[in-house]
Write a protein that binds this ligand. Structure first.
Ligand SMILES: [Zn+2]
Length: 58
């Protein structure tokens, strides 16, 4: 099983799909992606909660 996050579900207009082995890694990868690709300034607790809420396992 992998953690899968669709960037669109986090709230960005983006087809990006982030996959990782662990929740921690997934959060880091999404945060990095959001900063680099979407100009996210800061990963707030709200953003983390949002990411967790749309995280699925495949
Ligand atoms: Zn994206």
């Amino acid at each position: 099983m992998e953690k899968v996050i669709r960037c669109r579900d986090v709230g960005f207009d983006c087809e990006g799909v982030i996959k990782a082995k662990t929740e921690k890694e997934a959060l880091e990868l999404v945060a990095e992606h959001a900063k680099n690709e979407h100009g996210l300034k800061e990963v707030t607790p709200e953003v983390v909660e949002k990411i967790k809420s749309v995280m699925t396992e495949e």
